[in-house]
Design a protein around this ligand. Structure first.
Ligand SMILES: Cc1cc2nc3c(=O)[nH]c(=O)nc-3n(C[C@H](O)[C@H](O)[C@H](O)COP(=O)(O)OP(=O)(O)OC[C@H]3O[C@@H](n4cnc5c(N)ncnc54)[C@H](O)[C@@H]3O)c2cc1C
Length: 430
């Protein structure tokens, strides 16, 4: 094999591949790799798959939310949040030089031109991801408690609706089916908004979007993977990657060393930490978010369509027996702790809009880290280390993007041209 930038495995050759990470991204890539005949082993530090960011996310499959966070107004939004009580966005300055490196790159991406390009890259990945998820689910029978009633992007005032109008128009111009909805139309789409319609200024409805449970999917797909020969090493923490001559030779863990012919990095927000010692600096930073699962428990006031309340950035997904409520973006490094107080803002919005959504006295709380790339799009495919490949940096969109980015990375590893347009998604593009 030639040593160079991301040497593919070679068409038709069957090899051993080590997948680092058992979240939705690692498991989905393991599936595509095993499907093409490879021997695949997944290394995961927990006792099961999907136990971190993929455990309880916002549960929306939402290409309508592909706007890059690195936007022209981002610095002003951050500044305003300093003075807000329970802000949707909270920045705690870090002394970690990695944070500052990421922040400089993030700010460099905040031009109107980069915002537009990055948003369209994320849109492309999310639209392809949702289509791949549906196809994969139909083919394998792996479910995800899906709800295909669409998503309503809701604004509190006519002013906030008009201010953000251009962001959604951009998505519509690039293939997303979106309907502009006045207050009456919002209520006809989601009747439980009727009693609170005085709190709404308008919205966009995306009828072809969905909600679904990433954990249900990840666990179901892992079962399917086992049936087609994938092995899982659980309770196994990757500690170091050993490279010689431009190739990975082994992955060292607390349970010994694992070797293969090729390696996939899918450790979510932790990927940069393991890659830095081998000279790969990825512009990815963890951004904490909070979710609550509210048991619907016979209550009639839960929204049936997915909703993102855009003024406070709170997401709602009806998963049948529970309403998933999520939001907030906090820069607190790798801290994943949470207390009831952290959910105050998110729960206040939920109770205000949907007072009879469920049993608010029995929420299941969770906090986890979005692996946010400086520009917004995921970072995929080849690295300067010949047999090491990436499927990382999905930020707030990994559940929606995952099936497409995983298929594309598996194609790249197999030396095939991916269906997904890779413009701007490779490490070499950054
Ligand atoms: C609050 C919140 C809401 C979100 N809402 C949505 C949404 O509505 N729609 C959407 O599309 N996306 C959403 N996302 C984003 C989505 O959840 C993520 O992009 C996705 O789950 C990332 O998957 P992953 O497999 O890369 O990471 P993870 O699920 O974190 O998987 C990485 C795995 O690597 C393992 N690991 C880490 N370090 C090691 C190590 N050293 N050794 C061994 N194993 C290790 C972890 O245990 C973990 O299982 C949300 C994210 C957050 C935080």
């Amino acid at each position: 094999m030639i040593v160079g930038i991301g040497t593919p495995i070679g068409a038709g050759t069957q090899v051993k591949i080590i997948v680092m990470g058992g979240g939705v991204i690692g498991v989905t890539t393991a599936y595509w790799l095993a499907k093409t005949g490879h021997e695949v082993q997944v290394l995961e530090r927990h006792g099961s798959v999907g136990e971190e960011t993929s455990f309880q996310n916002g549960a929306l499959l939402a290409p309508g939310h592909s706007q890059s966070w690195a936007a022209p107004g981002a610095l002003w939004t951050l500044f305003k949040s300093i003075f807000q009580k329970d802000p949707a966005l909270r920045l705690r300055f870090s002394s970690d030089p990695q944070f500052w490196r990421w922040a400089m790159k993030f700010l460099a991406n905040c031009t109107a031109e980069d915002y537009r390009a990055n948003t369209l890259r994320v849109l492309r990945c999310m639209m392809a991801g949702l289509a791949e998820l549906r196809a994969l689910s139909a083919e394998t029978g792996v479910g995800y408690s899906g709800n295909d009633r669409g998503i309503l992007y809701l604004f509190r005032t006519i002013r906030s609706f008009e201010e953000r109008h251009g962001d959604w128009t951009l998505l519509r111009e690039h293939g997303l089916k979106l309907e502009e909805a006045d207050v009456e139309r919002c209520v006809s789409i989601e009747p439980v908004l009727g009693p609170v319609k005085h709190l709404i200024g308008g919205g966009f409805f995306s009828p072809e979007e969905s909600a679904g449970d990433a954990l249900v999917f990840t666990c179901g797909l892992a079962e399917h993977c086992r049936a087609i020969g994938v092995s899982f090493a659980f309770n196994t923490t990757v500690q170091a990657i050993e490279c010689h001559g431009g190739r990975v030779r082994a992955v060292h863990t607390d349970k010994g060393s694992f070797s293969g012919d090729a390696y996939l990095m899918a450790l979510g927000p932790y990927s940069p930490i393991l890659l830095r010692p081998i000279g790969l600096n990825l512009p990815i930073w963890p951004v904490k978010g909070y979710t609550a699962s509210i048991p619907i428990n016979g209550h009639a006031g839960a929204p049936k369509v997915g909703i993102i309340e855009e003024d406070n950035l709170v997401a709602f997904a009806n998963l049948g027996d529970t309403l998933r409520v999520g939001g907030k973006a906090e820069f607190t490094g790798y801290d994943t702790s949470y207390s009831e107080a952290d959910f105050r803002g998110v729960m206040a919005v939920s109770k205000e809009l949907f007072p009879d959504a469920g049993d608010y006295s029995r929420p299941r709380y969770w906090a986890c880290l979005r692996p946010v790339s400086a520009g917004g799009p995921p970072i995929l495919g080849e690295t300067p280390v010949a047999n090491l490949f990436l499927n990382v940096g999905h930020g707030a969109a990994g559940w929606t993007e995952g099936c497409a980015t995983s298929r594309a990375v598996a194609d790249i590893m197999n030396g095939r041209q991916p269906d997904l347009d890779m413009e701007g998604l490779r490490l070499s593009d950054l």
